[in-house]
Design a protein around this ligand. Structure first.
Ligand SMILES: NC(=O)c1ccc[n+]([C@@H]2O[C@H](COP(=O)([O-])OP(=O)(O)OC[C@H]3O[C@@H](n4cnc5c(N)ncnc54)[C@H](OP(=O)(O)O)[C@@H]3O)[C@@H](O)[C@H]2O)c1
Length: 505
């Protein structure tokens, strides 16, 4: 390991730059690699956050040379980069781009990859360090992991680190996620495994921890005594695009609820970590995930839906069953909503309403804490008709920021009290734009910082929440909702039954 003896690790003015290393991407020609990973590598290089001795290796089936691969990488990076394009940055990066051709079951190709890595140690001074990104269909994880084991590529030693990045889905239920975890952990040691939940790479999600643990204002009211309910929403206006095959097998609960929404719940509900360090944060999140309780009456409090033909932003949108590649009798849900509890002293009795859906009116992800009403209002009832619950809303995307909603007197000679909002917008407060989630997460992998990556026990605890829901839904048909509506009526009724309503984000 090399470290700068003149540098004080507490000094935050200088950015942290990883040690010399290689990034190996399996599935480099795929959608994720082109839209997210390659642009993120360029953006990191552009911001000066990659080590001088860095190499990018792509592994794929097609018969390409380094030049053709460099051209694909360039086009993808240029098209999707967040930061301005600088040809000289790309030229420097392109000099260390390599391509290895082969299929995953091809021993010779993996031997060649191992040899290419060894070569780069001397030619590019990468010091033997490498991160392997599995940007491939999950069914191929076993064969790739076994190949890495066979060739000794997965072994970290005192002189070099080897890490693996696993994309979601982490299994499809508890048994399959256990199997996957066992496999990954049998090839890499636990601290070298980085499971990507890209929501955790978003600035606002990390800000949730700053909000709670760096301030004295919020923590005293962050509990059942003051919070009436919590709503966590991830809404998408798009349909399933060209991913019918994947979506038919997955559905909204497995695709979003199991990972993104439960991680947001864990961050919202967790206790203060002993230290702002990976293990301490993961430990607190795991405690929350283990404390989650499912509704006793699932018929009322676990609702799934499927979009039908409708209108969105003035455009006609077809129904889910009419999407290309979807069965006309499909019972896959495109919307899921559930009421969960967190059985801890802090949260007992507070409902956490989670919902996600496709073809909803707008793309928005937010966490909203709704506070209890004042125990007594010394005003005439007619003066407070427009006063709702105080709310704190953390907007994860888009328009990252926070809104505090509270009652205020309407100007005039009468004491009329109405809700008003106070906004904090990242875009207005800070001049520096937030990095893309993948940019942040890739950098963390290369730095070996696992703070923003769920560990295997968290993944398994999340499946333990989802499996009973899936079991309950297995013999049911999702409720229909029209594209462009906020989900099925049953979801509205679920909250109305308890005298509440979903927020209109
Ligand atoms: N796309 C997203 O936005 C997104 C979001 C979240 C998670 N993910 C996850 O990320 C992973 C990759 O997704 P993706 O959308 O990029 O998939 P994709 O577009 O289908 O790409 C799959 C990649 O794997 C390669 N591949 C497939 N079979 C192979 C084999 N037998 N030997 C060698 N290479 C093989 C393909 O190479 P060829 O070009 O040669 O076929 C291609 O590069 C998946 O686990 C997915 O669940 C994706």
């Amino acid at each position: 390991m090399t470290s700068n003896p003149l540098r004080d690790p507490r000094d935050r003015r200088l950015p942290r730059v990883p040690e010399p290393c290689a990034l190996v991407v399996f599935g480099i020609t795929g959608d994720l690699a082109r839209k997210k990973l390659l642009p993120a590598v360029y953006d990191l290089a552009n911001r000066g956050l990659l080590p001088t001795n860095f190499a990018l290796l792509g592994f794929a089936r097609r018969d390409w040379g380094d030049m053709e691969f460099a051209e694909l990488a360039r086009t993808a990076a240029r098209e999707h980069a967040r930061t301005p394009w600088r040809e000289e940055v790309w030229e420097r990066l392109a000099a260390s781009v390599r391509f290895v051709q082969g299929s995953f079951d091809d021993d010779a190709a993996f031997d060649e990859l191992a040899a290419a890595l060894a070569d780069l140690e001397s030619s590019h001074g990468i010091g033997g360090n490498a991160a392997f990104y599995l940007s491939i269909p999950p069914s191929l994880f076993p064969v790739v992991l076994r190949q890495m084991e066979r060739t000794g590529m997965a072994e970290s030693t005192d002189d070099r680190w080897r890490r693996v990045v696993v994309e979601k889905p982490f299994g499809t239920d508890l048994p399959s996620s256990r199997e996957l975890n066992e496999l990954v952990d049998s090839v890499f040691s636990a601290q070298d495994v980085f499971r990507i939940d890209h929501y955790l790479g978003k600035e606002t999600v990390q800000n949730l921890m700053a909000l709670r643990f760096a301030n004295s204002l919020f923590e005293p009211v962050w509990n059942a005594q003051h919070v009436d309910s919590v709503q966590i929403t991830m809404a998408e206006d798009v349909g399933i695009g060209g991913r019918a095959d994947f979506y038919e097998r997955t559905g909204a609960a497995r695709d979003v609820l199991q990972n993104h929404l439960l991680q947001l719940l864990a961050l919202t509900a967790m206790e203060e970590p002993v230290e702002f360090a990976a293990e301490d944060i993961r430990t607190e999140k795991l405690k929350v995930l283990r404390a989650i309780s499912l509704p006793a009456d699932m018929r009322q409090f676990a609702v799934r839906g499927q979009y039908e033909q409708g209108w969105l932003a003035g455009q006609r949108a077809c129904g889910y069953r009419d999407e290309k590649g979807v069965s006309a009798e499909s019972t896959t849900e495109t919307y899921a909503a559930v009421r969960l509890g967190v059985e801890t002293r802090r949260w007992a009795g507070v409902p956490f309403y989670l919902r996600t859906g496709k073809r909803l009116p707008r793309r928005v992800t937010e966490i909203a804490l709704s506070f209890r009403k004042a125990p007594h209002l010394p005003f005439a009832p007619t003066d407070t008709e427009e006063l709702g619950h105080n709310q704190l809303v953390v907007r994860v995307q888009p328009d990252e920021g926070m809104t505090l909603k509270f009652g205020s007197k309407v100007p005039g000679s009468v004491m009329e009290v109405r809700d008003v909002s106070m906004d904090f917008l990242y875009g207005e407060q800070f001049t520096e734009a937030s990095p893309e989630a993948y940019e942040r997460l890739l950098l963390d992998v290369l730095l070996g910082d696992a703070t923003l990556f769920p560990r295997n026990a968290e993944v398994e605890a999340s499946w333990a929440v989802i499996d009973p829901l899936e079991e309950f839904w297995a013999d049911t048909t999702p409720y229909p909702y029209r594209a462009g509506e906020w989900g099925p009526r049953a979801a509205e009724e679920m909250l109305a039954a308890e005298g509440r309503a979903w927020r209109r984000p």
